[in-house]
Design a protein around this ligand. Structure first.
Ligand code: NAD
Length: 298
């Protein structure tokens, strides 16, 4: 397929690379041309604006930081809608607000442009390996047309129902991942302070009912190594938790614990850790407990 791809950062770049490897022809755009250097070397074409990434392409993807970036790239001057004609399909792979996605769907739909939300989970490692979970909302027939491309970036591509439902699934998942991260940092500092070796504690929990992928996959690559190079930036994690608490407010759902998790991320942002990996949030608990959660040789 001929595809446009806008936003070739930590996630977008490996996803775009896998699309090229799968035989798709890509036109790419990012605010930073250097973020696409490897993709251009692999045969992608460069577009100077989101609008220029559209013509001749069956599907246009975005993978952008926050909802406002997506709105600018789709609706703004030189944006996707300026380049898109009737029959074009636009797919947002970002973790976005379902409310924003549904509004874009309405605006684009009035011009004959189809929109799917297709946020992904699995981190930069999953993006590189092509093993992401992809959660798709929108028209099911449009989904069927795009699925061959989505299969190149994910190993678990799921149709979630109407437009915005992919984003709802993703927000619920990330609220859990971030909440588990905060609770894990409390449990692990407690266990270490009480005298158990971190490697033993992590191994026991990993094989018991308290296990979570945050413990078995994320912490070993980041927190336990003292590696805070993103990965998944704290600013994006904070955005995702806020998307969940905002949605809760929109729907009148009480979410006491989610708001505590939100405030922990606000504190991490206030400390200036927005561009560090989201495992940096655990450093707040490390500081409170005077315990460092580091392992040699993980
Ligand atoms: P990133 O900041 O590494 O990449 C975003 C890219 O978008 C950057 O290269 C940036 O230059 C570009 N960009 C921003 N505004 C732009 C604009 N107006 N026009 C063109 N390009 C623009 O972020 P990321 O980690 O790749 O995350 C992208 C999305 O995927 C986010 O919504 C994030 O929440 C989600 N996500 C991230 C991860 C992860 O582990 N990093 C995992 C799952 C989902």
């Amino acid at each position: 397929m001929k595809l446009g791809f806008i936003g070739t950062g930590n996630m977008g770049n490996p996803m775009a690379a896998n699309l090229i490897r799968a035989g798709h022809q890509l036109t790419v755009h990012d605010l930073r041309r250097e973020a696409a250097t490897n993709l251009l070397e692999m045969g992608a074409e460069w577009a100077d604006s989101p609008k220029d990434a559209v013509p001749g392409n069956e599907v246009v993807f975005t993978s952008l930081p926050v909802p406002r970036d997506v709105e600018v790239v789709v609706l703004g001057e030189g944006g996707i809608l300026e380049g898109a004609g009737e029959g074009c399909i636009y797919v947002d792979l970002s973790t976005n607000s379902p409310t924003v996605v549904r509004r874009l769907h309405e605006i684009a739909g009035a011009r004959g442009i189809s929109v799917l939300d297709a946020p992904v989970s699995g981190g930069v490692y999953g993006a590189a390996a092509g093993t992401l979970a992809v959660m798709v909302g929108g028209d099911e027939q449009v989904f069927s047309r795009v699925k061959p491309a989505l299969d190149a970036i994910g190993s678990h591509v799921v149709y979630c129902g109407d437009i915005g439902n992919g984003s709802v699934c993703k927000i619920c998942n990330n609220l859990l991942s971030m909440g588990i991260g905060v609770l894990l940092s409390e449990a692990l500092t407690l266990g270490v302070k009480a005298g158990v070796d971190l490697a033993v504690l992590a191994d026991v929990i990993a094989n018991s009912s308290g296990s979570a992928r945050r413990l078995t996959e994320k912490f070993p690559r980041f927190l336990f190594q003292g590696n805070f190079e993103p990965g998944f930036a704290t600013a994006l994690a904070a955005k995702d938790v806020r998307l969940a608490t905002d949605l809760g407010r929109e729907l009148g759902i009480p979410m006491e614990l989610a708001n505590l998790v939100d405030q922990r991320h606000v504190e991490a942002m206030h400390r200036g850790w927005g561009s560090e990996d989201s495992d940096a949030v655990a450093r707040i608990q490390e500081e409170k407990a005077s315990v460092q959660l580091r392992l040699d040789g993980v």
